[in-house]
Design a protein around this ligand. Structure first.
Ligand code: SAM
Ligand code: DTB
Ligand code: SF4
Length: 330
């Protein structure tokens, strides 16, 4: 039995994060795997399904994003999807083993009125299917966060993406502080927080670790930490970025696991560009969740068959749907 010596901390320094990250690879993976085993079933991976319920035409200029109206990427725009379409997708996701359903909208922020009311309806609908509901809709006020939670939204995804120092290189239409404020509103409303970032945007190791320090030093760790490897989309300013060194990505996953022992660490976008061997190392390093299905929001993702085979080759399994939590603690 592995003994976990990693306490839950909120006072990480950049130097400490770097010291963890820079250990010899076997030592880092051993520490991460030991931490992982102390808090989770090391053989289990949770699956979430993503659905873009409002696509494209976003006023923000996030340099990585195919949905920004600032870049010509060929993503087809659509306004908020009808309820029956979303219900059918949620049903399908549940039948293929997902326990969480995350609805994304290409908005800078939620605006009260017809669209937000439609989203609240979608949240109630997906909850009715028996899935953990997650939304990612851009910035939220405290009152909007409360209404989302009341409708049954369990988690809110809002990424910090990178370090505060590098943020301005990637996005000019909002600030790090804006992001932190929404995260606070989400917490105060009683939803769980899903917050992570992207690797491969030209940032340095210190920016990647700077992001982890920001996440781990929040008053409460996010319950879920998505680590995305940039999906390079033609037409975006980051289309020609250099490929990330897979071992550096694994190191980051391991460091996230050690710094936030109880968080679900989600191997998110970019799995089409990861070998099975790289994904296997990420699971050993403590990643315990993936996005399921052939599409993320607008870009491809390995399908179910591939993922099922990979789990079986690794002697691992996906979490059964009965264990998902569909209600939010008061
Ligand atoms: N508009 C909302 C927002 O930005 O918060 C919600 C949707 S947005 C597409 C959700 C997240 O997807 C972003 O925060 C970013 O981390 C991630 N993302 C977007 N494009 C990506 C890409 N090309 N590669 C990897 N991750 C990406
Ligand atoms: C997150 O961190 N990754 C997901 C989810 N949160 C919403 C989104 C990935 C999007 C990848 C690009 C696309 O498919 O449009
Ligand atoms: Fe894309 Fe979200 Fe940025 Fe809009 S706010 S450009 S949807 S990442």
């Amino acid at each position: 039995m592995a003994i976990d010596k990693t306490p839950i901390r909120h006072d990480w320094t950049a130097e400490q994060a770097l010291a963890l990250y820079s250990q010899p690879f076997p030592d880092l993976l051993y520490q991460a795997q030991s931490t992982h085993r102390a808090h989770f079933d090391q053989l289990e991976v949770q699956r979430s399904t993503l659905l873009s319920v409002k696509t494209g035409g976003c006023p923000e200029d996030c340099a990585y994003c195919p949905q920004s109206a600032h870049y010509k990427t060929g993503v087809e725009r659509h306004s908020v999807l009808p309820k029956d379409v979303v219900r059918a997708k949620a049903q399908q996701a549940k039948e293929s083993g997902s326990t969480r359903f995350c609805m994304g909208a290409a908005w800078r922020e939620v605006k009260d009125g017809k669209d937000f009311d439609a989203i609240l309806d979608l949240v109630r609908e997906v909850k009715g299917v028996g899935l953990e509901v997650c939304c990612t809709l851009g910035m939220l006020t405290e009152s909007q966060a409360e209404r989302l939670r009341e409708a049954g939204c369990y988690a809110y995804n809002h990424n910090l993406d990178t370090s505060p120092e590098y943020y301005g290189e990637i996005i000019s239409t909002r600030t790090y502080q804006d992001r932190l404020k929404t995260l606070e509103n989400v917490r105060n409303a009683g939803m769980t927080v899903c917050c992570g970032g992207i690797v491969g945007m030209g940032e340095g190791v210190k920016d990647r670790l700077g992001l982890l320090v920001q996440l781990a030093n929040q008053p409460q760790h996010p319950e879920s930490v998505p680590l995305n490897m940039l999906v390079k989309v033609e037409g975006t300013p980051l289309a020609k970025e250099q490929q990330v060194d897979p071992l550096e990505f694994v190191r980051l996953v391991a460091t996230a696991r050690i710094m936030m022992p109880q968080a679900m660490v989600r191997l998110s976008a970019g799995r089409m560009q990861m070998s099975d061997e790289m994904q296997a190392l990420c699971f050993v390093a403590g990643a315990n969740s993936v996005f399921a299905g052939e599409k993320l929001l607008t870009t491809p993702n390995p399908g179910e068959d591939h993922d099922n085979k990979l789990m079986s080759r690794l002697g691992m399994h996906f979490r059964e749907s009965k264990e998902c939590s569909t209600s939010v603690a008061a």
